[in-house]
Each structure stands twice: as C-alpha cells, then as structure tokens.
Ligand binder design. Structure first.
Ligand SMILES: Cc1ncc(COP(=O)(O)O)c(C=O)c1O
Length: 443
C-alpha cells in the first residue's frame, strides 16, 4: 500500500464537491499546490472561506478545529490581531519599495540574534527559494557540484530538490518529469538517519560534494526526530570532506523555539533556511550563514540571487509582530509545548483504547502518528508502508466531527498558541470515537 492508493470510499468524504469541480475548470487541478487536492485521501478537502484562532471555516460556514495550520506557518493562531494590525499599518505606508528598508535591517538583526549561525541573511518569499538559493551559494562557495539530500525530506519544488522528496510530492511517480538528467545526476538521495550510507557516499564522491541539506527534524514523512548520533555525525562527515551543511529549518525555525532545531540539538550548520512561521502567515522566508559563505552573493560576490518582493515591508512587519508576540511572553514556547504534550498524550490514550499500536511522535507543538505499527520510523521507506486507506477513512470521519487534519499522513499536525485545552480535549474525544470505529471495522 502506498500514497498513490485511493481509498475505497464508503466514508462521508471522498466525493468531489461541485465547488471543487468548478475550481478545476479555472485552476490547474483545482489547486495552487498539489497536496491540497487530497489525492491521498481520495478527494479534495472542503473549500475554505476563512479562519480565526484555532478554527477554520468552509464555504458552508462549517467550523473545524484546525491542525493543518496551513502546513506550518500558523503559530499564534489564524488572523491574530497583532499580525493583522501590523500588516494593515505597513500596507498604508507602501507595500513594496524596491529598496532596503529600515525594518528589514532590524528583522535581519533579530533573526541573527535568534539564530547566531545566520551571521548574514537574505530574505526571500518562500521556503523553496530559500533552499534553492542556499544550495546555489553552497555550490559556489565550495566550487563543487554535487548535493546530498535525504529521501522523505522536502526542500521545496526546485528542480534539484523535488524528486524523491517527502510531503505530498511523492504522490505521483512523475514528480521527476521536467527535471533534466543533468540536474538529477548532481543530487544524491540517501536514507535519512543512516550515517553508514552517508559515509559511503562521501568516500565515493567526497571531493565533488558541495553540501548536505537536510531537515534536522523532518516534518514531511510524518514527524521524524533524528537519532542521537545523526546530526553530529552528518556535521563531522561534512566538515571532514569539505562540504557545507545546510539545515532546512523552514518548519522548525521559530516553531521549536527561538533558536530552531540547531539550538535544540546543539549542532551548528553552515547555512540555514527558514520560512513558514517567520511571517506569521505572510510569505517571507530567509536563508543565511557565516559571513564568509554568504559573501559569494552578489553584489559582494558572483552568485546572483534576488526577488522583487524579497524583504517587502508588509511581510517584514508581520514577522516583527510575530517575534514581538513571542518575546512578550517568557512562557510562550513552554505553554505551546504543553498543548503539544496534551494532544500527544490524548492521541496515545485514544490509540491504546482502540487497541492500535501506532507510535505517536511529538516535538513541542508538532504532533504526529502514522497508520503503522512498530517503533517510530526514521526513513521514507518505512513511512511509505503506512496504511493509506485507513488514514483516508480516519481523515474524513474526523472532518465529519469538526477536526481539520492534513489530507496526507506524510504531513504532520501543528498546534498553535490559539488552541485551547478544550479544543484539544474535543479533538481527542473525536480521535477516540473514530479510531475505535476503525479498529472494530478492521479485518
Ligand atoms: C522543510 C521544508 N522546506 C521547504 C519547504 C518549501 O517551502 P515553501 O512551500 O514556502 O516554498 C517546505 C514546505 O512545506 C518545508 O516543509
């Protein structure tokens, strides 16, 4: 069974709505990003009208407790007043300038203070741009062409990053289409958390490898926490072979804490990519690293990288408002983690009650379980063995009970500061009901 298997739907969902059919007539595939089409659960999720706090509302004004949270950016809750008023103010002063602005400088300083490995940063609009740019910088700095990355990690949809990537990108075998053999030939894709295969790859190709890029905590093949030896091992192998280490913290940056996963795990990369949470819901991302490495960028160096909307004052204002909100509460992250703990504990008890042994994995406000037994997985191969049909039934039945989950079990649940204990308890109650039903219905 794999992610391409559609569920045999006897569920309330799994039927295309007339509005989604209309979307298909004007938007390619009905979506602006493929996972939203719900291929892994058999049909598109409801068309969304608005969201506030922990809730998302569909076009029929049905209300759901949201754990998709836009695949990660929502940290304070939807439509948080502090963000919306900062954005409104910034819009009134001009939405885009085409020149360095004061608040952009101040934001770069704040990012650098939070993540000291990012001595110099560049703002971009998306995580895809951040990762593609970091890879180009690494190649230019190292004067080498090969990149090592790990199956099931997702670094956006640039040519070099997309094949054998995680998230919903694996739902179609053709995700290699449009990518030249030349590009694919410069990328080695290895199993995650496997230092032996990394050491072998370095032994074979070491002097051609410019960089290793990875998610230090993976949020794109379910939630995968690295084994104790993995991140320090990757760090030392990369250093020994003269390759740069790039941490893709697009999910983890400012979600796990101010210092990201690199602070949690005490491993310092040469380059870091952040995005998602940074903009409080608006599109801003960044990459950065040591001053020496980042000096290859034009105008100081010869690597061109830029963007009309990069560092625009509206997204920058949203990022400041987000950082202000976090900084104003010394217990922000501990409170947020407590909500994650509550959801993870609740999920464990609901699964146990249903007699299901799926391991629940949690780190702070990221919570996940896949429909598979055994210890928590660390590779994409194992993640792909999870039961897609049962997840699809679970997805639609949870939706029916007012819970908005990711429409693919490669994605994870996110908790925000706006989720109340009551929200979480209601969610666990729904899990208990649905999981017990699924367990009874199993053969
Ligand atoms: C770890 C990681 N890196 C990069 C990206 C790409 O970010 P974006 O969708 O903003 O281009 C994502 C998106 O899900 C991600 O999860």
């Amino acid at each position: 069974m794999n992610q391409t298997t559609f569920p045999e739907t006897s569920t309330p969902g799994g039927v295309e709505s007339p509005l989604f059919a209309r979307a298909r007539r004007s938007i390619a595939g009905g979506v602006s990003s493929p996972v939203r089409a719900g291929a892994a659960v058999g049909a598109a999720p409801p068309v969304v009208a608005r969201a506030r706090g922990s809730r998302i509302f569909d076009v029929d004004d049905r209300e759901y407790i949201d754990y998709l949270c836009a695949y990660g950016p929502v940290l304070l809750g939807h439509a948080d007043e502090r963000i919306t008023s900062a954005v409104e103010r910034a819009c009134k002063d001009g939405a885009v300038f085409g020149g360095t602005n004061l608040e952009e400088i101040r934001l770069a300083e704040r990012v650098r203070d939070a993540m000291p490995s990012m001595e110099r940063v560049r703002f971009v609009s998306t995580g895809t741009e951040a990762c593609a740019s970091a890879v180009r910088v690494a190649r230019a700095f190292a004067g080498r062409s090969k990149i090592i990355r790990f199956a099931g990690n997702y670094h956006g949809h640039s040519d070099a990053m997309i094949f054998e990537a995680g998230a919903a990108s694996n739902s179609r075998a053709e995700s290699r289409s449009g990518i030249t053999q030349g590009v694919a030939g410069d990328v080695l894709v290895l199993p995650y958390d496997d230092l032996n295969s990394l050491a072998e790859a370095f032994a074979r190709e070491g002097d051609r490898v410019a960089a290793v890029i990875l998610e230090p905590v993976v949020g794109n093949m379910g939630l995968v926490l690295p084994g104790d030896a993995f991140l320090p091992g990757v760090r030392s192998l990369a250093t020994r072979h003269g390759a740069l280490l790039i941490f893709d913290e697009v999910i983890t940056g400012f979600r796990l804490g101010f210092g990201g996963a690199q602070d949690v795990y005490g491993v310092t990369p040469d380059l870091t990519c952040i995005g998602k949470v940074l903009g409080g819901g608006l599109p801003i991302a960044a990459f950065g690293g040591t001053a020496e490495v980042m000096a290859v960028l034009a105008p100081d160096g010869q690597v061109f990288q830029g963007g009309t909307f990069s560092g625009n004052p509206v997204c920058v204002a949203a990022a400041h408002a987000l950082l202000d909100a976090i900084e104003s509460d010394p217990f922000f992250y501990s409170r947020l983690s407590a909500k994650g703990d509550r959801l993870a504990q609740g999920a464990r008890s609901a699964l146990a009650e249903a007699g299901l042994n799926f391991p629940v994995v949690q780190l702070g406000s990221i919570v996940d379980f896949m429909f598979r037994d055994g210890p928590p997985h660390r590779t994409f191969e194992v993640a792909k063995r999870a039961d897609a049909q049962r997840y699809a039934r679970y997805y639609w039945e949870m939706l029916e009970r007012g819970i908005f989950l990711p429409p693919s079990q490669m994605e994870v649940m996110f908790v925000t500061a706006a989720h109340s204990d009551e929200d979480i308890d209601k969610t666990v109650e729904a899990m208990r009901f649905v999981l017990c039903g699924l367990a009874e219905g199993a053969d």
